[in-house]
Design a protein around this ligand. Structure first.
Ligand SMILES: Cc1cc2nc3c(=O)[nH]c(=O)nc-3n(C[C@H](O)[C@H](O)[C@H](O)COP(=O)(O)OP(=O)(O)OC[C@H]3O[C@@H](n4cnc5c(N)ncnc54)[C@H](O)[C@@H]3O)c2cc1C
Length: 383
């Protein structure tokens, strides 16, 4: 039997693959292939669900800015509830962290989106902070909570409405290229496609290897999240998220408890990762150092992978050496908050269109994301 043929096959139905599939024009026969039974099982379903416009390097911040309008006013019919809700982020600056604060404030867009607060104001915002543990704070009022599940499912629904076909539980185990077309081998059978999109998250370099493309040095890093119950009613749901300015920990109210992380970045092999007891203990210890809270019990904990290219910038565009192989990977710790812009950008590049003006207006520059840029270890070893 002849394998079903598609113009475009996207491997990976996390937020990256879903946002691209939702942005492709109708008229293309598109297949979205996912190895797991449930799309979003890996990084997309394990995030901290926050939008911070000042997080990440300049190309990432441009992508985040370019995504904000989508979150605040999604297209008609995209979803039936808000994608964002007010949160704010308070970056804590300890007595020995003034250099980190100065470095952050060197960036005009970061300065414009934040304001310095003294200890009294920081404690007024988050009453359980220990005043002696901080020198000042930097407040980002427009940081938001994100409804990741709503966003992801809405992208998938939009993709379906545009005719994108879906193959779940179809882990791609081998890729061949014959007569200018790709063949993907999966437990659900073979599929062929003219163009292959690598939206495989932590597995991006591995998938590239199957297709004969050089790895870009995309490294999966494990990060731990803990949801804990706190004694008494110390945690007010309306408090901002608190983030150490050197990203050594963060925490915010969640489901009547406290969501916290030691902000770990442990290099690991791609896979279904789990939290380590030590990282949970470190998270609690670091939060206790700055917050007068009594931890009652860990309600749940999980870990996920944030996958970074060496320059911590996403990798988006056609491979320079392997024809019709397209990268949409390396979203690191920002893949949800940049998904609207990245999905739109990737669709434009795939279709050979110019960078959408709306993205250019926010400073998005496709060259910074190019898979063939010199800062990527194209001849290096796989992650
Ligand atoms: C703890 C944590 C906190 C985070 N917090 C935030 C945050 O607050 N804000 C934010 O914007 N971002 C955050 N992130 C980052 C964000 O979650 C990721 O950048 C984003 O989810 C990456 O999406 P993805 O689609 O590339 O990867 P994934 O969601 O992992 O999707 C990749 C998919 O590819 C599939 N796949 C891989 N190989 C194959 C194959 N061979 N065949 C078929 N399918 C395959 C996988 O099964 C997987 O479903 C966080 C991440 C973690 C782990």
């Amino acid at each position: 039997m002849t394998a079903p043929h598609f113009h475009i096959a996207i491997v990976g139905a996390g937020i990256a693959g879903a946002s691209l599939a939702a942005n492709l024009p109708t008229g293309q026969r598109v297949l979205l292939v996912e190895g797991e039974d449930v799309p979003g099982f890996h990084s997309t379903g394990r995030s901290a669900a926050i939008f911070s416009g000042i997080y990440g390097n300049a190309p990432v911040r441009a992508l985040s800015r370019a995504s904000f309008d989508f979150f605040s006013s999604p297209p008609d019919g995209f979803c039936d509830a808000p994608l964002i809700s007010d949160r704010g982020v308070l970056f804590l600056v300890g007595g020995d962290q003034s250099a980190s604060l100065e470095k952050m404030l060197e960036e005009p867009d970061v300065r414009g989106a934040t304001r310095l607060v003294d200890v009294a104001e920081a404690v007024a915002m988050v009453p359980y902070l220990k005043p002696d543990s901080i020198a000042c704070g930097l407040y980002e009022p427009d940081a938001m909570d994100l409804d990741v599940s709503l966003l992801h499912s809405a992208f998938l629904r939009q993709a379906r409405a545009r005719g994108v076909e879906y193959a779940g539980s179809a882990s791609v185990s081998a890729i061949a290229r014959l007569d200018g077309a790709w063949t993907l081998h999966t437990p659900k059978g073979d599929f062929t496609a003219d163009v292959l999109v690598n939206a495989a998250g932590a597995w991006a370099d591995r998938l590239a290897g199957m297709a004969g493309a050089a790895p870009r040095g995309i490294r999966p890093m494990r990060r731990t999240m803990v949801l804990a119950d706190i004694a008494g009613d110390a945690v007010d749901h309306g408090c901002p998220m608190v983030v150490d300015i050197d990203e050594q920990f963060y925490f915010r109210p969640e489901s009547g408890g406290l969501l916290l992380s030691p902000a770990d970045e442990t290099p690991v092999e791609p896979g279904d990762v789990h939290p380590e007891e030590l990282d949970i203990a470190i998270a609690i210890d670091r939060v206790e150092a700055v917050a007068a809270l009594t931890f009652r019990r860990v309600r749940s904990s999980w870990a996920g992978l944030r996958s970074f290219a060496p320059d911590k910038t996403p990798v988006v565009g056609f491979d320079g050496a392997v024809p019709n192989f397209f990268w949409l990977a390396g979203q690191g710790g920002y893949g949800i908050q940049t998904a609207p812009a990245l999905g739109r950008l990737a669709a434009a590049l795939l279709m050979g269109e110019a960078l959408p003006q709306r993205l250019a207006d926010h400073g998005v520059d496709a060259r910074a994301l190019d898979p063939n840029r010199p800062s990527l270890a194209v001849e290096g070893t796989a992650a």
